[in-house]
Design a protein around this ligand. Structure first.
Ligand SMILES: Cc1ncc(COP(=O)(O)O)c(C=O)c1O
Length: 506
């Protein structure tokens, strides 16, 4: 196959989406469009996907793999012993596989992928060099301490202490996790038991809901989720507004609290809304938590990307800090989502249990990249990196959003992060458009996303995935775009999106 255009051929393979092999960047090739992979082309079939991946890494010729597939299929009736656990079964097809499938099937190849929030460019050189150096060190290639490498914990403590207004103890008040995701799972596992309630604002980062589904299926880590919506701006369908206009009804929030409420999850800057909770809003949430002794899990993974003043809830008062676990992500801070380095900062009486859960889940996190992240924190100021990251991302946001001004489509101007929600109520979907059944049965934003991929060649995310079924009506006209891409990709996306004009109401 060398020299052919097949995506399986290392000799000719072009860079794929680093986070998801099903979608290529501009200039890449679509994995599931590859003729050698077509036998396994439906990304919704986990077994097929596994075998497709195996075909890339295995020396076994694909024909015998296909034979193997048929053989397995022929004997596919599973005994009850092979039934999956309730915590992972019975979920709706997730948004990522729907979008990936649409991208694979689109006639507009290659797709411009503005869906998933991975960066289209590398971490800065000083951090990459630190990673390379770490790989040469014997100790960096072995297990790290379960709570993280001392150098990274110290670098984080030093970096965040000025915000906290006191010296954070790196040994007892910081713990390193395998990305923010695993950090949050560790926090849920550390504190939630059956019968406990957790308040989550809608829309929510979908991985929290993974935990909800775990809960709904009646198994660990316990806890019932109580949803409180962020209310979208009333004029969102007609006028561009600030992400600040997505508001909390504090009476509604207070009514959601019961004696069983053990934890509240907040996310600021917010994915997907781009809202940075104001100090006043955080104070109101914090007051309720102090009054009711509720743990605050504050997901602040976009804490270096804010375009308005940003307050960290833990810093409001010692009473609030006592209840707060702050979650961070090196993936987001250093443009390295694949490194899977995250952390929690909090008081010792909370952190030690998060660390215990983390030890149980994955023992420790990837060593050389922890070391590189330590260097990132140590040297970021000297390189002017934190300031540059804001200027660059805000520049990308403005560059991309200019297309909505041209088209006259209203959007929610983000106050932080790298996602923008665009209201597409004015985009008319043809009544007879052939949506596949699994898209036709979902809210309008899924159809919009499918349509964008098929007709315009731009992948974006339908945000009702971040809502419970009852509240999907709040967001079904919106689409989420991630702007953390090269400027050339943003420009290509804009060119394509201009094609929406012909589908818009006059
Ligand atoms: C709000 C939010 N929290 C947590 C995460 C997960 O971060 P990490 O990649 O460090 O696990 C993400 C990733 O997209 C996110 O958007």
């Amino acid at each position: 196959m060398r020299g052919s255009s097949c995506c399986c051929d290392n000799g000719s393979r072009r860079p794929n989406n680093p986070a998801n092999p099903n979608i290529t960047h501009v200039g890449g090739r679509n994995f599931f469009n590859c003729p050698r992979m077509s036998a396994f082309a439906a990304p919704t079939r986990p077994l097929a996907r596994k075998l497709a991946v195996a075909a890339v890494i295995s020396p076994t010729p694909p024909t015998s793999l296909r034979t193997t597939t048929r053989g397995l299929c022929a004997t596919m009736s599973l005994s009850s012993k092979l039934k999956p656990a309730a915590r992972v079964s019975g979920q709706k097809q997730d948004v990522w596989s729907i979008i990936n499938e649409a991208a694979a099937a689109s006639p507009k190849q290659p797709i411009v992928n503005m869906g998933q929030g991975f960066f289209g460019y590398n971490p800065p050189r000083f951090i990459l060099d630190a990673a390379k150096e770490a790989l040469e060190r014997v100790d960096c290639n072995q297990y790290s301490p379960t709570k993280g490498r001392p150098r990274l914990k110290k670098a984080i403590a030093d970096s965040y202490s000025p915000h906290w207004g006191r010296a954070i103890d790196p040994e007892t008040e910081v713990t390193i996790t395998t990305g923010a995701n695993e950090g949050m799972l560790s926090a849920f596992m550390a504190f939630l038991e059956d019968g406990d309630e957790v308040i989550i604002f809608e829309p929510f980062f979908d991985q929290y809901v993974g935990s909800k589904r775990v809960e709904m299926n009646g198994d660990m880590p316990g806890g019932k989720i109580v949803y409180v919506p962020l209310h979208p701006p009333a004029t969102g369908a007609t006028t561009t507004s600030s992400a600040a206009d997505w508001t909390v009804d504090f009476d509604e929030l207070e009514r959601a609290i019961t004696p069983k409420t053990k934890m509240i999850v907040i996310n600021t800057p917010h994915n997907p809304v781009g809202k940075v909770f104001s100090k006043d809003e955080l104070q109101k949430i914090a007051d309720l938590c102090v009054k009711n002794e509720i743990i605050i899990l504050s997901d602040e993974v976009y804490d270096k990307l804010y375009y308005v003043p940003f307050t960290r809830i833990a810093t409001l008062s010692p009473e609030v800090e006592r209840l707060t676990l702050t979650v961070g992500s090196a993936g987001k801070n250093f443009y390295a989502t694949g490194w899977r380095v995250g952390w929690l900062i909090g008081p010792e009486h909370l952190i030690k249990y998060v660390a215990a859960a983390h030890t149980r889940i994955c023992y420790s996190s990837v060593s050389p990249l922890q070391e590189a992240c330590a260097v990132g924190f140590e040297q970021a100021d000297a390189h002017g990196f934190w300031d540059a990251t804001i200027t660059e991302m805000k520049g990308k946001m403005d560059r991309f959003n200019a297309v909505w001004e041209e088209l006259g489509l209203p959007y929610s101007e983000p106050e932080g992060g790298y996602f923008v929600l665009v209201n597409m109520a004015q985009v008319r979907l043809p009544a007879d458009y052939p949506f596949p059944a699994h898209v036709a049965s979902r809210p309008r934003d899924f159809k919009l996303a499918w349509f964008l991929i098929q007709e315009v060649g731009v992948a974006a995310i339908p945000p009702t995935e971040f809502y419970t079924d009852e509240n999907t009506h709040l967001a079904e006209d919106y689409i989420r775009f991630a702007v953390c891409k090269e400027d050339s990709v943003l420009e290509e996306a804009k060119n394509r999106l201009r094609g929406l004009k012909k589908y818009m109401a006059k």
